[in-house]
Design a binder for this molecule. Structure first.
Ligand code: NDP
Ligand code: 2IT
Length: 444
């Protein structure tokens, strides 16, 4: 079956899942040529098997809020592919969560994990629970209720969840605690755990640091120094914070941050001290980014996104489809020469087209943000050997992995004019690994 046909069929069989269709479309477009060179793939109906998740769990979650009201939410876990290792991927708590969003994330995760060099399959889970404004006790009760359903389907060699939007160290701790109680085992079934109970050093930092390491590899190909470069960062959560931390350490100048209410623009640059304030604001007080503008007297745009500000590099680190075709045109017009995605699928297909047409350095999330899941993989290894590695050791492995992903993208994405299409490179490299594993394991 041709790639185009597969997509049409998927759209008919799974209607109303636009994010899932979008993610599948991007990959199929990239791999079509390679796929057609392998008739044995087609004979095994490989594309269709690779696009449809192996298993989906969906369940009702019931919990009691602080006022004594009984609340319900939906919970999901998508086990997309275990061709190259146990299902692996984060848990998202956000009011927008639905099956389409989790299917796109689990699909993307499968290719991303294949790129990491580590043996991890792809999965994703989450709930439409909205953590905003909830007390810590409510968060704990919700996490416990979520895991009461989820625990039967996961395990250290089966499926290993972690964090994502709305799920950080606090939530992973609560989920792991309940898992341990129900499963009566202490194993590395979650990653992103606290350091005192099996978490890996550098895991909180890994996605942001990894994205900057990938960016450095891209800049190297054009002999560009990151020092002094102005950077637009969106989001202000885990990924955005540690992206800023690494940028500042390397002498770059992050000038924006955002949340779902708006963005701040600080032309003088977000310094180490200002970033410490943001971390406290977001992690401790769960405040809004607007408060940064009030404290430091800079510009705040309610309801806006940062793509219209002048800078050199953009690192979208909030959520899917946060950067559209018009935004991309604006970035190019303002002289942006590199875009490295911390978030998953933050650029719309139209935006990607603009980046590729203008031949800027553009790294899709599944390559650039793979540092998070990579260190999750390293956390699994440390848990298996019941050891903990030093910061330096984990960080140097992370750097090596990001450089390796970059090398693979170049290998599969270099065009005849030497331009590197990182979208094509990442998709083909990830696809080939999973496809070969699936072929070797028979029709299952
Ligand atoms: P956090 O929950 O820590 O932060 C998310 C940030 O994005 C917040 O500032 C949030 O603002 C903003 N945001 C979320 N949804 C929206 C929305 N619909 N519109 C505008 N802003 C929004 O999550 P992470 O930093 O962990 O995740 C950010 C991105 O990175 C996601 O795409 C995630 O999938 C991806 N990612 C995360 C990894 C990880 O290890 N954590 C690994 C790889 C990718 P607000 O507080 O107002 O909601
Ligand atoms: O999108 C992602 O890669 C993550 N949210 C991290 C997944 C993980 O298992 O660490």
């Amino acid at each position: 079956m041709k790639a185009e046909q597969v997509l049409t069929t998927l759209k008919q069989r799974f209607p109303n899942e636009p994010e899932y269709h979008q993610a599948v479309h991007e990959v199929l477009e990239s791999i079509e040529e390679v796929y057609n060179q392998h008739p044995e793939f087609d004979k095994a109906n490989l594309i269709e098997r690779l696009c449809i998740p192996e298993r989906i769990f969906s369940f009702r979650i019931t919990w009691v809020d602080d006022k004594g009201n009984v609340q319900t939410n939906m919970g999901y876990r998508i086990q997309h592919s275990n061709a190259i290792g146990p299902y692996k991927g984060g848990i998202r708590f956000h009011s927008s969560v639905n099956q389409s969003i989790l299917k796109f994330l689990a699909f993307e995760q499968t290719f991303k994990n294949a790129l990491t060099t580590l043996p991890m399959g792809g999965g994703k889970g989450g709930s439409d629970f909205n953590p905003k404004g909830k007390s810590t006790a409510e968060i704990m009760r919700f996490c416990q209720a979520f895991v009461t359903e989820l625990w039967r389907h996961i395990g250290p060699d089966t499926d290993v969840p972690a964090g994502d939007i709305g799920v950080g160290g606090r939530e992973v701790g609560f989920m792991f605690g309940m898992y341990k109680k129900l499963a009566r085992e202490f194993t590395g079934t979650f990653t992103g755990k606290g350091i005192t109970f099996g978490g890996s050093l550098i895991r909180p930092e890994a996605t942001g640091y990894g994205n900057v390491y990938f960016l450095l590899e891209m800049l190297k190909t054009r002999n560009i120094d990151i020092k002094g470069k102005k950077c637009l960062v969106s989001g202000s959560g885990n990924v955005a914070q540690y992206t800023c931390e690494k940028l500042i350490e390397l002498g770059a100048i992050p000038v924006t941050l955002s949340d779902s209410n708006g963005y701040i623009y600080d032309p003088e640059g977000i310094t180490k001290e200002k970033l410490e304030y943001v971390m406290e604001l977001k992690e401790l007080y769960r405040g809004r980014i607007k408060e940064y503008a009030e404290k430091y007297g800079c510009k705040y745009v309610e309801g806006g996104r940062p793509w219209g500000e002048k800078a050199d590099i953009a690192l979208p680190s909030a959520t899917q489809n946060e950067l559209n075709g018009d935004d991309a045109e604006m970035l190019i017009k303002n002289g942006i020469f590199a875009v490295s995605e911390g978030a998953n699928m933050p650029s719309t297909p139209e935006a990607i087209e603009v980046f590729l047409k203008n031949k800027i350095l553009y790294a899709p999330g599944k390559a650039a943000n793979a540092g998070g899941v990579s260190v999750s993989g390293l956390e699994m290894t440390q848990n298996s050997e019941r050891l903990g590695w030093s910061k330096e050791e984990v960080d140097s492995k992370l750097k090596w992995i990001m450089a390796n992903i970059h090398e693979n993208c170049v290998k599969y994405g270099k065009q005849s004019d030497n331009f590197v299409d990182y979208v094509k490179g990442a998709n083909i490299a990830g696809f080939m690994k999973v496809a070969q594993a699936m072929m070797a394991q028979g029709i299952i």
